[in-house]
Every structure is written in structure tokens, then in C-alpha cells.
Write a protein that binds this ligand. Structure first.
Ligand code: ZN
Ligand code: ZN
Length: 403
């Protein structure tokens, strides 16, 4: 399953980056397969990348989505367990007198700090709160916090004011029984601030004229509940190849194995050939391989039509070797998790193109991989949650419903 994050678009003067791109390999795959369009979550629902990927793997996001915190924590390499409460974290700079909650955020990224290892270590060693916790760094100013213990609740608010000049927010319980978790979070906020404020690394930064990374802002709270594992559900082992923490996290919470490589960045500079190599290799030892390519979405968020078109052409080149797979043995699915129009610069609910290449599909007349061709295909319009069932049926792994 190849997911081109945000590859589809809304037309500008009748054209999209995908319809304008020169994509002989994607077109060949569309020609060999059956095509259609897909509402990854449901018609009119704007998907997040996380909720959409859950749906594409057959997990109803309305039932199984636990919030961004636990998914990013899992993607960052924390062994998140059922019942854990997790947050996304930003290192930030605050100023003022008094407790952390009286201070003002002057930079939500602490001057785009990148070397947080010493600070992360100090927090894990020196902060003592009424719960076990794991704090791990992510890329740049980012990190993830997992609280572990009995009766923790995710019905609590963020502490990130999400704007410069705002006061750090107190964590508030949103329902009865969540008060203790809110207290633990507030205690963590204050104690981590004290450790960071006096840490020699920050004193040195201040001396050098850099912003101190003296506060942690928490958001995206969620509690991981138990999910049926992909392999138990479908009888297939799952490998995930992605440079994006969020998608790696989705892969991990459904029990998939991550295939990691330093050439995979999750950005515009990723090594597409290396990714395809890894996917082709993974197909030899795993039953199901999810290959996620991120950067089309970034070009969409940037509003960069031409950049997006060129990146699609780069992907197409790297896909040439997919064409030599044996489609009597291997079923290839090519789609996206959502549309990211350059005109909107965010995700929209416009359905995404979908091609399924396999010897046993009923081939249609579609000869081009684009938004305007896909809907003429034999799959018509489906939901993301139906995709796994369709694949399982094609590869003869579906169970009969009824007699
Ligand atoms: Zn996405
Ligand atoms: Zn996006």
C-alpha cells in the first residue's frame, strides 16, 4: 500500500499538480489496475493524516482514534501501553515572575532549539511527580510525554496557550475523576520549569544571546486504549516505512514493525529510491507493507503548485521498479490519505484517487493516475474503511458473511 500524503488537489483553471505532472509509471499502474475515488474517512469529513491512516488500515477512526499525543509518543519510540496518557510537547521560552502559570510565552519553539538531549535527560532524572513518566525528545523543539499509572484520565486540558504573548495555561479537569491527572500535569509543568530554568545548558544559551528553553508546553492529550493488532485481525504481518512520526506512531499502535533508515527524512529531501528499495525488500519478509511518502502534503501546505508537481514527478521516477513486480503474487494499492489543495493550504475532504493493481481485478478504461480519471474507474467511490475489506477479498483472505 503506497500512500502519497496529500497528493490530490482542487483544480486551478481546471488543472492540479497531479493532472499536470508527467507520470508514466503511475499512469501505467492505473492502466493495469482498477480505479476509483475514496473518502478516506467519510464524505465531507476533513481527515487528519493519523485518522485517515487508521481508516486505510481498516480501523474505524471514530472508534479507534485516541488523540495525537499517544500516536506521536509511539512514533517517537516510546513503548506506549494501554492506559497511558500522552501529550505532544514543545520546548518553549517563558518570561516573568512567579510560578510557571504566571509567565508569558515569548517563543513557542525556544528559538528553534535543536539540541535538547541534556535537557531531556535532566527532566527524566530530576523531576519527581506522583506518577511514572517518560519524556522523550522528537525532532527540533518537539518531544513527547507519557504519564503512566493507575486511573489517569485524558479528560484534561492542554497547557499550551498556542500563541505568543499568552500565559502558560493551567491544566484543568474536564470531568469528575480527572482532577488528580490535572494536578500531576500541573506539578510536572512547575517542576520541569524549575529544572530547565536553572540548567547550565540554558544558562549558557542565555549568555550566548540565545533563548532559554525553560518551559514545556503540552497539547494533543490522549489515552491509549487497547487496539486489536493488525496481524491478529488480518493474519498478515505489517511493516511500515515512513519518515513521519505521526504515521510511524499509527503503525506502531496497530502492532506494525517500523523499517527505519537514515535516508528517510519524511521531508522534501527524502531519498525516494531508498524508500522504494526498502519496500521491495520488505515485501520478501512481510505480508503487508505500508509505504508512506510525505512531501506532497508539505507542498500543499506551502501553497506551492509547481513544487508539488515536480515532487510527484520525482516519486513517479522512483516507482518504475514497482512495475516489474509480479501482480499475480503481489497486490499494489496506490492512494492518498487526504487532499491537500495548494489553494487551501490545508487538508480537505475532496476524495482521493485510488488504484488497485492485481491480476485478478476487473480492469477498467482508466489510463491515467489523476483526480479527473480515477472517478471513471470500476471501483467508483468508496470509503477508506472499506479498502482493507476489498483488498482481503481480492487476495482471498476474506471470510464469508453468512452461509
Ligand atoms: Zn496526510
Ligand atoms: Zn498535512
Amino acid at each position: 500500500m503506497l500512500i502519497l500524503d496529500g497528493v490530490s488537489d482542487r483544480p486551478i483553471n481546471g488543472k492540479t499538480p497531479l493532472s499536470e505532472a508527467y507520470t508514466p509509471n503511475l499512469d501505467k499502474l492505473a492502466e493495469l489496475g482498477i480505479n476509483g475515488i475514496m473518502d478516506t474517512i467519510a464524505p465531507g469529513i476533513r481527515p487528519g493524516s493519523d485518522t485517515a491512516h487508521l481508516a486505510l488500515l481498516g480501523y474505524d477512526p471514530f472508534k479507534f482514534y485516541c488523540g495525537r499525543g499517544p500516536i506521536e509518543a509511539a512514533g517517537a519510540g516510546i513503548e506506549v501501553k494501554t492506559g497511558d496518557v500522552a501529550f505532544r510537547v514543545n520546548f518553549a521560552t517563558v518570561k516573568g515572575e512567579g510560578s510557571i502559570f504566571e509567565k508569558i510565552v515569548i517563543d513557542r519553539r525556544a528559538g528553534r532549539i535543536n539540541d535538547t538531549d541534556e535537557l531531556v535527560k535532566a527532566i527524566n532524572e530530576e523531576v519527581k511527580i506522583d506518577s511514572d513518566f517518560i519524556f522523550k525528545r522528537g525532532s527540533g523543539h518537539r518531544g513527547a510525554l507519557v504519564l503512566r499509572g493507575e486511573n489517569l484520565s485524558d479528560k484534561v486540558t492542554d497547557t499550551d496557550p498556542k500563541k505568543i504573548g499568552g500565559r502558560v495555561k493551567k491544566c484543568i479537569a474536564l470531568e469528575k475523576g480527572a482532577e488528580r491527572t490535572a494536578e500531576i500535569v500541573n506539578d510536572f509543568m512547575q517542576k520541569s520549569h524549575e529544572v530547565l530554568e536553572r540548567h547550565p545548558f540554558n544558562i549558557k544559551r542565555e549568555r550566548e544571546g540565545l533563548l532559554k528553553a525553560n518551559a514545556l508546553l503540552l497539547r494533543g492529550v490522549g489515552k491509549l486504549f487497547s487496539l486489536p493488532k493488525f496481524e491478529e485481525r488480518y493474519g498478515m504481518s505489517l511493516a511500515v516505512i515512513s519518515g513521519t512520526i505521526l504515521i510511524k506512531g499509527v503503525g506502531r499502535i496497530v502492532g506494525g514493525e517500523l523499517i527505519e533508515d537514515s535516508r528517510i527524512t519524511g521531508g522534501k529531501d527524502t531519498d525516494l529510491n531508498a524508500k522504494v528499495d526498502l519496500a521491495l525488500k520488505a515485501l520478501k519478509s512481510y505480508d503487508f507493507v505500508l509505504l508512506h511518502i510525505k512531501a506532497c502534503d508539505e507542498y500543499g501546505h506551502d501553497g506551492d503548485f509547481d513544487g508539488k508537481r515536480k515532487f510527484i514527478e520525482k516519486i513517479d521516477k522512483a516507482l518504475e521498479r514497482i512495475l516489474s513486480l509480479d501482480f499475480s503474487e503481489i497486490c499494489v494499492v496506490i492512494s492518498a490519505d487526504h487532499t491537500t489543495p495548494v489553494s487551501v493550504r490545508d487538508h480537505t475532504a475532496d476524495p482521493v484517487p485510488l488504484s488497485i493493481v492485481f491480476d485478478q481485478v476487473r480492469k477498467d478504461d482508466v489510463k491515467r493516475y489523476s483526480e479527473f480519471d480515477a472517478y471513471k474507474g470500476g471501483l467508483c467511490r468508496i470509503r477508506g474503511i472499506d479498502l482493507m475489506n476489498i483488498i482481503l477479498d481480492l487476495i482471498d483472505k476474506a471470510k464469508k458473511y453468512g452461509a
